[in-house]
Design a protein around this ligand. Sequence first.
Ligand SMILES: [Zn+2]
Length: 402
Amino acid sequence: LRSEYSKSDQSFLRLYNKKKLLNILRERGALSRVELAEISQLDRKTITNIVNEMLDDRQIVRQEMRQGSFGRPREMLARNADYGRSMGIDVGGTHITVAVLDFMGNLLSHVPLDLEDHGEPEGVLARCDDAVKTALAHAGLGMEHMEGIGVAFPGHIDPMTGRPALAESMPKWQNLSVPELFSRRYGKPVQAGDCSMLMAMAELWFGKGRDCKDFMVFDLGFGIGCGIVINGSIFAGCNGKAGEIGHTIVQVNGPTCKCGRRGCVEALASGWAIAKRGQEMIRANPSGILAGLCQGGSGVSSREIAMAAAAGDEGCRGLLIQAGETIGIGVANAMSLFNPMRVIIGGRLIIDNELMLGQIKRTIREKTIDVVYNDADITVSGLGQLASAMGAAAMCFEHYYV
Ligand SMILES: [Zn+2]
């Protein structure tokens, strides 16, 4: 937006107002011009100008709505779902998820894929091709129908070089330009962003953040991150790196983290840290429940540990409870800093992992000061493993359509 602003104040204002109207129509569905003016607080002349422009562009369409069987039908305005589609690709340490959205934000198809071994970027991209093809086939569309692609990546993406700056769990990607890589492969304009911030965007657009202006989303997965929404906008910090809750230190001289320091939340409670402890447990007890589930220990992830805990493995139960407590402390600290109205807990780590989720909630209750705790409602994301991919697809609309 900064570059738009320098062109001229007027075109910046026009763009801003257009975005505002499109967002209102996405949130509320079809509205009359009068309703649109009321909600947006823009004057009638501005509304008429922008609405006419958007009707000409086919970004919005007219709909007729009849009240009762008599009287003139009212003209309503709605976002045109067919105006364009976008694809979101979430590339994580242990998964690829693809989501296809239409301009209304409807989910047309989605494909979640597990990665056994993260390996070389080329191999990951080949798996990505499979997921992209399947998602397009399910939606009955081709790549030519996509206006753009959004890529969600763990950690910050340098806007100048496109390189990941904080993806310690995916070291082989560190010298690659993520947007360039994907745009060359698929021949589309590509935007890349931090998966936790995009998760917050998905909650804002489609999830439990829709009716809330100040909230935090905790992205609990292979790594741990957080998206912060202040006054309806994502807070990115001075250079796009805000929300690194995973690298806040909760145990002085604790275990070494991938960032090189010790005692970070991530070093104690992330998917990779839990899997590492799991491997140690298998070595110490090769005939235990966990070892039996993992057939020797190579394929141990937080999922097998949750399964072993559910089957009564005491070591695994203890591990998940301890990890839940660490995450709860991280969340409580973050809540004290931001006083959010809502806390949304999401990410793959808590899927089918009630034991850990329960402990996270208990620790948040215990460790957050009452005045802050009482202001917030603590809830679990309803978007599951699709959140970051949906946020990435939504990001395209912000960039390409307005
Ligand atoms: Zn760290």
